[in-house]
Design a protein around this ligand. Structure first.
Ligand code: ADP
Length: 538
């Protein structure tokens, strides 16, 4: 028997109008690229979104068209998110940190008809434009005066000025595509993940919940994670759904700028990748400054090191909440919520538990499998391929014929363990695990151990070819200590990991390469050091 309830297609425009009805006076605080802070009420954001919706119509944008954005976290980018999806078109967020050729490839692959670009990326787009035949217009997200000359170039603010602040959002099925985000493509071409209104809204509902990101009308949320990377982990939707104050940091993501913004605006829920928080902590340490308004610091994208969890807690009274996810999951898969049981544990024990990537958020199911496809026990020890399913998990890449699902599951490419309470722990990315003499070594665990040693700013472990053991770990470290004692570091590691896990060599370096999403670019390093253990010593 069928249930007898309404079939109402929920749309992203409904979310915007709901936010205006209930929290119209709530603020979106945005740092412009010139450093100036601007404040808009939700009501104003919605008015400007509706003006942009009119403008896109006037430019002949049709449902399903892709509109690319190359932009930082600002109120204009937020307005574009709502306007583009609201009219049934697709907001295609482009990561400006990708190589120019990759950006070109992505725009061509998506066939973007219009690009919206922040001032910082105008030069880049001017260069690429001759090779972007699908792009009919470029809207510079600037004030009246700064747009480049040329027929295809339009100015965001002048466009808005030409249109009224009222608009009747169209209705269409909730399964309609709303946003497109490409994975960073560390191997092969970037692949597009196409979100829908339904998947986005369900994800936002799950993300707001107290046991996930935990947002409400009293939250002041700062997504440092960029809106060009998996829709800033869904915060632009979740924050408006919950009526939270939203603080958008613009382009200034260094420790000093973030510290100032967090203090001035009293941000209490913060989201970002570990490198961002390392920058913030280093700045605060150097200035001997304490910020006491931070309640939850949500870390994802890479593993949060123990030293970071400890420092946020001990110096600033902030709880580091590990979250795990990926572009293919919109991105939220699991969170390590501060439950009463966790908070009651003695500190060091609690920090150890905080290293886990947490439990699935409601809506996501997880399972681990061995290479033969057999499900593994949830004993916290066995580890294997992490597979997931849920209503905001990818089913097929954009413009790909093949399904992304195998026997009902999406394979994340991560290796993880699960315990009896549902806690998941990422051991490594499958491609980063090190196979030494037939046994696996986790690069993440070694890095974590190194980061706990005084002065170590960044650590990277890669597996490289070895004449006897197939592969052996090599550790590269950046240290703030000019007299770094590598032998002492080795002894420190030895106390924390099995002896045979110890890197055969530890090298001190000044810099480590990163991917467009801020992760260590291990592929580049593996190539660079491929012969390190193979060449006979001179
Ligand atoms: P890409 O870096 O390829 O663009 P994503 O940004 O979607 O892809 O990254 C997803 C991957 O990042 C996951 O598969 C996982 O390996 C890693 N990751 C995400 N969150 C965490 C976390 N909290 N701890 C460890 N690894 C994480």
């Amino acid at each position: 028997m069928q249930g007898l309830m309404m079939h109402n297609d929920l749309l992203i425009s409904d979310l915007l109008e709901h936010a205006v009805t209930c929290y119209g006076q709530q603020l979106v605080i945005s740092r412009r690229l010139d450093g100036r802070i601007v404040r808009h009420r939700y009501e104003e954001i919605a008015q400007r979104s509706r003006q942009l919706a009119h403008a896109l119509h006037a430019l002949q944008v049709r449902p399903g068209d892709r509109i690319g954005t190359l932009a930082w976290n600002t109120h204009r980018h937020l307005e574009a998110y709502y306007a583009i999806s609201g009219i049934g078109a697709i907001v295609h967020t482009i990561n400006p940190r990708l190589f120019a050729q990759q950006i070109e490839y992505i725009i061509q692959h998506a066939e973007d008809r219009i690009l919206l670009v922040d001032a910082s990326f105008i030069g880049l787009v001017e260069q690429l434009l001759p090779r972007l035949p699908s792009v009919e217009h470029v809207i510079a997200m600037t004030d009246w005066k700064d747009k480049p000359a040329g027929e295809r170039w339009l100015c965001y603010e002048s466009l808005l000025g030409e249109h009224p602040p009222h608009y009747n959002w169209p209705r269409f099925p909730t399964g309609t595509a709303s946003a497109l985000c490409y994975t960073s493509g560390t191997t092969g071409h970037p692949k597009g993940v196409l979100y829908s209104h339904a998947s986005t809204l369900l994800h936002a509902m799950a993300a707001c919940r107290p046991d996930a990101i935990g947002l409400g009308p009293d939250s002041v949320v700062l997504p440092v994670v960029p809106m060009f990377h998996v829709c800033a982990w869904g915060v632009p939707y979740a924050a408006l759904m919950a009526g939270s104050r939203l603080v958008l940091p613009g382009a200034a993501l260094d420790g000093a700028s973030l510290a100032e913004l967090i203090e001035t605006e009293q941000c209490d829920v913060l989201l970002g990748v570990p490198t961002v928080w390392m920058g913030l902590l280093a700045h605060l340490r150097q200035k001997n400054q304490v910020i006491d308004c931070m309640r939850r610091v949500i870390v994802g994208g890479s593993a949060a090191p123990l030293a970071m969890i400890r420092e946020f807690d001990e110096r600033h009274g902030a709880f580091v909440m590990h979250a795990w996810g990926m572009t293919e999951l919109s991105p939220l898969g699991s969170t390590n919520t501060p439950t009463p049981e966790l908070l009651a544990l003695p500190k060091e024990q609690r920090y150890q538990r905080q290293l886990s990537q947490g439990r699935p958020v409601f809506g996501i199911q997880m399972e681990i499998f061995d290479d033969e496809g057999q499900a593994l026990p949830h004993d916290g020890k066995a580890y294997g391929r992490l597979k997931v399913r849920g209503p905001w998990v990818i089913s097929q890449y954009f413009r790909s014929e093949a399904s992304a699902i195998e026997q009902g599951w999406f394979d994340t490419g991560d290796i993880a363990s699960l315990d009896a309470q549902g806690y998941m722990r990422i051991v490594d990315r499958a491609k980063d695990l090190i196979k030494s003499g037939g046994e696996w070594i986790s690069s993440i665990e070694l890095e974590n151990a190194a980061l706990d040693f005084p002065g170590i700013k960044e650590a990277c472990v890669i597996g490289i070819a070895h004449p006897r053991w197939d592969e052996r770990p090599l550790m590269l470290v950046i240290s703030t200590d000019p007299g770094l004692d590598l032998q002492a570091l080795r002894e420190h590691l030895q106390a924390q990991v099995a002896r045979w896990w110890l890197p055969d060599d530890i090298l001190r370096v000044d810099e480590l390469p990163h991917t467009a999403t801020g992760k260590l670019s291990k592929m580049t390093l593996r190539e660079h050091y491929a012969q390190h253990y193979m060449d006979p010593a001179p």
